[in-house]
Design a protein around this ligand. Structure first.
Ligand SMILES: [Ca+2]
Ligand SMILES: [Ca+2]
Length: 107
C-alpha cells in the first residue's frame, strides 16, 4: 500500500518531469525559429550582395567595404566614377585634387 505522502511525492515528481519536458520542447522550438531566421537572413544577404543600386559596377556590398555611397556612382563628386577610382587605386571618397593634397602631406 502506497502512503499518501509517497503518492504526493510521485505526483510532484511526475509534474516536475512534465515541466522539464515542456521547457525542453519550448527551447527546441525557439532554437528552430532562431535557426530559420538566420537561414532567411543569410539567404537575403546572398541575394543582396550582387545588387548594385547606383549601377556603377560596384555591388552595394563592396560599396560598404570601400565606404562609398551605394546610391551614387561618383561618391566624392569629382567627375570620376567610384569604379574608375577604385580601379586606378585612387580614393573614391576624396576628390582628386584634395587627394593630391593628402598625398603631398604624406611625402
Ligand atoms: Ca554600386
Ligand atoms: Ca569620384
Amino acid at each position: 500500500m502506497i502512503s499518501p505522502v509517497e503518492l504526493l511525492r510521485i505526483k510532484v515528481e511526475k509534474q516536475r518531469q512534465q515541466d522539464m519536458r515542456n521547457f525542453l520542447a519550448s527551447q527546441a522550438v525557439a532554437k528552430s525559429a532562431a535557426l530559420n531566421k538566420l537561414r532567411q537572413e543569410y539567404a537575403q544577404v546572398q541575394r543582396d550582395k550582387h545588387i548594385d543600386r547606383d549601377l556603377d559596377g560596384i555591388p552595394d556590398s563592396a560599396e560598404y567595404m570601400y565606404g562609398t555611397n551605394p546610391y551614387t556612382a561618383d561618391s566624392d563628386r569629382d567627375g570620376r566614377s567610384d569604379l574608375d577610382e577604385v580601379s586606378s587605386a585612387l580614393n573614391p571618397r576624396i576628390e582628386d585634387e584634395r587627394e593630391e593634397d593628402y598625398r603631398d602631406l604624406d611625402s
